[in-house]
Design a protein around this ligand. Structure first.
Ligand code: UDP
Ligand code: MG
Length: 318
């Protein structure tokens, strides 16, 4: 476990905002009242992700009126995770909390996240209880969470919930990754030693509607997948090898049967055609898979993540 953080450390809230004009007043009010109750110094960073409504103006007014508020304005819409990254870059806190602007994540849960960080965790996730989303969203989330758990081995139950807390060193590590498409909870877990999650309540969206169209949602799932692994590229080799082996095995079987039972067996060569087809398709996929291996390596190099991450050094270093 990590040593305790200074109890008076600065807390940063990072909130991405995209066309949330109807939620901003309440969001700011509730966040300010929760943060003031903490007794720590704090900053609330609202990142306007190229909103087309009055959100940017509202953030600007609020930031001018409150010294604890900071507005970060992106020139256009880059997506939730890019907006959070921009907020990370601006933040100075020892503990950084992310949450959504639509008040689906109640800010009142923040003290519990901070408590878990003080217990020594690097990353604190949250699991939405009684999630107030459509069946489709819940079902697709369950599928994705199951897949991420299987692939990464990290047992977190709700990767989609952005009400999360990170220690400074984790955020700095995330910022050291220059890759463009990213999914912050997965990337952060990459650099964490101790992660935990706590159950949190979940509310219905107060105003406006979800900012994720089906297309954006699919695109987000691809970000998550490619941020996590290049395994799908290797899958080509595996499937190719299986088809190749099946085709070759079937071919050998046909030859043996042909020798024993004569030419009329195997439907006058139709089955042979299957065997040949499987063998060649399999071989093709194997070669695609090989290309995939190279592409995967190029992809990792382009991502240019740190090769390893030193969490701390104990003892004399010079
Ligand atoms: N968001 C953003 N940029 C986008 C899409 C969403 O900054 O391109 C913000 C949005 O304003 C909200 C959070 O990300 O604060 C989560 O979005 P939303 O509530 O629409 O997602 P859902 O709850 O439907 O998953
Ligand atoms: Mg929402």
């Amino acid at each position: 476990m990590k040593p305790m953080l200074n109890q008076d450390c600065l807390i940063s809230l990072v909130i991405p905002v995209f066309n949330e004009e109807a939620n901003l007043d309440q969001l700011i009010e509730r966040c300010l009242s929760v943060c003031r109750g903490l007794g720590n110094p704090f900053e609330i960073i609202l990142v306007d992700d190229g909103s087309q409504d009055q959100s940017a103006k509202l953030i600007e007014y609020a930031a001018l009126a409150n010294p604890e508020l900071k507005g970060v304005f992106l020139n256009r819409n880059y997506g939730q995770h890019a907006a959070v990254t921009a907020g990370f870059e601006t933040s100075k806190g020892e503990i950084i909390i992310t949450l959504d602007a639509d008040l689906q994540n109640p800010p009142e849960e923040i003290p519990r996240l901070i408590q878990a960080i003080h217990q020594g965790y690097d990353v604190v996730g949250s699991v939405r209880q009684n999630r107030k989303d459509s069946f489709f969203r819940k079902f697709s989330s369950a599928l994705v969470n199951w897949f991420v758990q299987k692939t990464t081995g990290v047992m977190m139950h709700d990767y989609g919930c952005m009400l999360r807390a990170y220690r400074r060193n984790i955020v700095d590590a995330v910022l050291s990754c220059p890759e463009r498409s990213t999914f912050i909870p997965i990337l952060a877990n990459n650099f964490a030693r101790n992660v935990t999650e706590i159950p949190v309540s979940h509310d219905e969206r107060k105003n406006g509607h979800t900012k994720y169209s089906l297309y954006k949602l699919i695109s987000l799932q691809f970000d998550l997948l490619t941020c996590m692994t290049t395994f799908p590229l290797r899958l080509l080799s595996i499937l190719g090898a299986l088809a190749f082996l099946a085709g070759t095995g079937f071919g050998v079987f046909l030859i043996v049967m042909r020798l024993i039972f004569g030419a009329s067996w195997a439907a006058e060569g139709v089955f042979t055609l299957f065997a040949v087809m499987f063998t060649f398709t399999g071989a093709q996929f194997l070669v695609f898979g090989l290309l995939g291996e190279y592409i995967g390596r190029i992809y990792h190099d382009v991502q240019a993540r740190p090769k390893y991450y030193i969490q701390k050094i104990v003892g004399p270093t010079d």
